[in-house]
Design a protein around this ligand. Structure first.
Ligand SMILES: [Zn+2]
Ligand SMILES: [Zn+2]
Length: 136
């Protein structure tokens, strides 16, 4: 079990809990580039309902490639992306890894949407990578 603890840039949103991360996924899709203002998003996949939250989270509902809703939760004050809830995967909670207090244990295992990766962003060696969504 890992202690999962973190929060947004301004500190209004905080979360904590204990969970066994299922996977760490780097996503190069263009939605994640827009949402993060960066080259990609780093996502820790957790079971739902293992984290306790405080502070005001706002929701932007976008569509995934599948056509299903993706609820993107962000701090109502500073706008930091905190987590996603994909409607397609009802039991999965997608935590934005940059919000963790301790990022030292992060080790991406999968990279997805590599076809839309920014030109300079190299896909890490030895990491399973997919041109789009993970199959299955
Ligand atoms: Zn904030
Ligand atoms: Zn993405």
């Amino acid at each position: 079990m890992n202690k999962i603890e973190g929060g947004c840039l301004c500190g209004e949103v905080r979360y904590s809990g204990e969970a066994e991360p299922m996977m760490v996924v780097v996503c190069h899709c263009t939605d994640c580039q827009k949402h993060s203002g960066g080259a990609c998003s780093i996502n820790v996949l957790l079971p739902r309902d293992v984290l306790q939250f405080e502070g005001q989270l706002n929701t932007y509902i976008g569509k995934g490639d599948s056509g299903h809703d993706v609820n993107r939760k962000f701090c109502g004050n500073c706008g930091s992306a905190i987590y996603n809830l994909p409607a397609l995967m009802q039991d999965i909670f997608v935590l934005k890894a940059g919000t963790l207090d301790d990022v030292s244990w992060l080790e991406p295992t999968v990279e997805i949407y590599c076809d839309s990766a920014q030109e300079w962003a190299k896909i890490a060696e030895g990491v399973e990578s997919f041109p789009g969504m993970m199959p299955g």
